[in-house]
Design a binder for this molecule. Structure first.
Ligand code: GLU
Length: 339
């Protein structure tokens, strides 16, 4: 064989074997179901941690509930465990309202008016508001999420709520109720978030009335969702902003990477570095026990389990997702299933 042809064949084969597309092949349906089952079986008996109780009603959610779901960008669904129970979405809603602001006003609005830096502080930190020039940090901590709700362009409070709710339903591809008991429990005890809203207003980093913003933010956190619907929200990001089941576009494709970058940097509050170290996937947690992680342009993994660690992150959900990321080798930087 002529040398030039040999060289050509060698180069072609090398490109096929080592190109990112080949490395990041889509796992088979059988593998997706296997890892979901395995993750559920492996962690179902873990009892570590405790339900959130600073919002009194969250302490009454049955702690043993545990569900794990993968939804692909084509809308295929793989489930194990308690996938029907609707829990409060809490902070898992935050990136999706940031997406709404991006869709309405472009990503620069999020960067300039909220910020995109991780705070390294707990989810409800007031110290971070004093420490950082952006005040609100990023849209995934309470300060930035409250700022994001205030930034949504709306005519009045009803319109603001309608836009926020419709956007989250759009990502989920389902009608989602507000869990009124959660809303009442949370708004009656929302002194910390009220302080945050007022502090931001003081620094001119809140863009609507603080009490109105607080109500809409708290309603957003009280939306009821099951783990399959949550995985569909993530799959919409994996599908470059289009819901795989309804075909509705929620976010321009070119802004999905910017949103995922914020999730990678700040999705787990002061445990974000640890999470990326272990799992290597952009993800978001909530104190209701839900977590959603995105494998860009492939699928989303969601899990639900109410018991949290000290940072407010669901222990079994994190372990299940880390395990799946490791088993499938889909961590953006490689991942270790044993951690
Ligand atoms: N609604 C909760 C709060 O504002 C969300 C916190 C979370 O899920 O991390 O305190």
């Amino acid at each position: 064989m002529p040398i030039r042809l040999q060289k050509y064949l060698f180069l072609t084969l090398t490109l096929i074997v080592f190109s990112p597309a080949a490395l990041a092949e889509m796992p088979s349906d059988a593998d997706l179901q296997r890892v979901v089952d395995e993750a559920h079986a492996r962690f179902k008996d873990v009892k570590e941690g405790a339900n959130a109780n600073y919002i009194p009603i969250l302490d009454t959610v049955p702690s043993d509930l545990f569900g794990v779901v993968i939804v692909t960008r084509e809308g295929e669904v793989f489930t194990a465990g308690d996938v029907d129970y609707r829990f409060s979405i809490q902070s898992v809603s935050k990136p999706f309202t940031a997406a709404l602001v991006m869709a309405q006003q472009g990503p620069e609005a999020v960067r300039e008016k909220i910020g995109v830096e991780p705070t390294g502080q707990p989810f409800n930190s007031k110290i971070a508001i004093e420490m950082y020039p952006s005040r609100s940090g990023n849209p995934l901590v309470n300060a930035g999420a409250i700022a994001a709700v205030s930034l949504v362009e709306a005519k009045d409070e009803d319109d603001r709520w309608r836009l926020v709710h419709d956007n989250i339903e759009g990502f989920a591809g389902s009608e989602l109720p507000v869990l009124e008991e959660v809303y009442t429990s949370e708004i009656e005890t929302a002194w910390s978030n009220r302080a945050i809203a007022n502090l931001l207003y003081n620094y001119e980093r809140l863009y609507a009335d603080p009490e109105e913003t607080l109500r809409v933010y708290t309603r957003q956190c009280s939306i009821g969702i099951n783990v399959e619907e949550l995985a569909m929200m993530g799959a919409t990001l994996a599908n470059r902003g289009v819901n795989p089941s309804t075909g509705r576009r929620l976010l321009p494709a070119e802004h999905v990477p910017e949103l995922l970058a914020i999730m990678a940097a700040a999705g787990f509050y002061d445990e974000s570095g640890e999470w990326m170290f272990n799992a290597g996937l952009p993800a978001k947690t909530g104190v209701g026990g839900g977590v959603v992680a995105v494998v860009p342009e492939k699928f989303a993994i969601a899990a639900f389990s109410p018991r949290l660690n000290e940072a407010g992150n669901s222990i079994r959900s994190m372990r299940a997702i880390r395990h799946i990321a490791g088993e499938l080798g889909v961590g953006l930087y490689g991942s270790n299933p044993e951690l």
